[in-house]
Design a protein. Structure first.
Length: 200
């Protein structure tokens, strides 16, 4: 049995977004507002680009046939923006633990990205495109805030809370496709939703 479905589930919005929201909320409560806002803005920017790319194809057939491109991979983009920063956030400040945690988060995001290709959910161009918008954003986030990218207190409590949350969210698919199809139907001038097989 393939293990890729289990990997790809870690990139679903139903898993990634609650983990992000809880961690960002924790930062806000701990009065680390600057970190919370920077991370939130990055997530909103990347998420907005992903949504725009999908709606552009669904609504107006604005894809790239030669690259089999119908919109950026949301699983990939969200995983890149959430898992590496979250892993660093939960690591100790001492030694190289944060760097190792960040690399572990990147590896997890790359595995999720590859799972989208293995499961034929996205083409290579859609996954690579998502990586190209997510990774630079995370690199800038780390470059500007690395010296204090850690929770100011209650790190172990946050870890346990996130571990307790994961079984409740894992395996539940967020209805992002259904929401996007509905939005595309409202935006489409001829009430047509374009599919991959209609890609020019």
């Amino acid at each position: 049995m393939s293990w890729w479905p289990f990997v790809t589930a870690l990139g679903d919005t139903g898993v990634v977004l609650p983990a992000f929201a809880f961690a960002a909320g924790w930062l806000a409560v701990r009065r680390q507002v600057g970190m919370c806002l920077s991370w939130t803005m990055l997530l909103m920017l990347v998420g907005g680009v992903v949504i725009a790319s999908k709606l552009a194809f669904m609504t107006w057939n604005l894809g790239i046939g030669a690259l089999d491109f119908t919109g950026l991979s949301g699983h990939t983009a969200m995983s890149v923006v959430v898992w590496p920063p979250l892993c660093v956030l939960l690591a100790r400040r001492e030694g190289c633990q944060r760097a190792v945690a960040g690399m572990a988060g990147v590896v997890l995001a790359l595995l999720i990205a590859w799972s989208r290709i293995e499961l034929h959910a996205h083409s290579v161009s859609e996954v690579v495109g998502a990586l190209l918008i997510g990774l630079p954003g995370v690199a800038i986030l780390f470059r500007t805030r690395w010296s204090y990218w850690a929770v100011s207190g209650g790190r172990m409590l946050l870890i346990f809370a996130l571990l307790a949350m994961l079984p409740l969210t894992y395996g539940h698919r967020f209805p992002s496709d259904k929401i996007l199809r509905f939005a595309a139907m409202q935006l489409s001038p001829n009430h047509t939703i374009y599919r991959r097989d209609l890609l020019r």
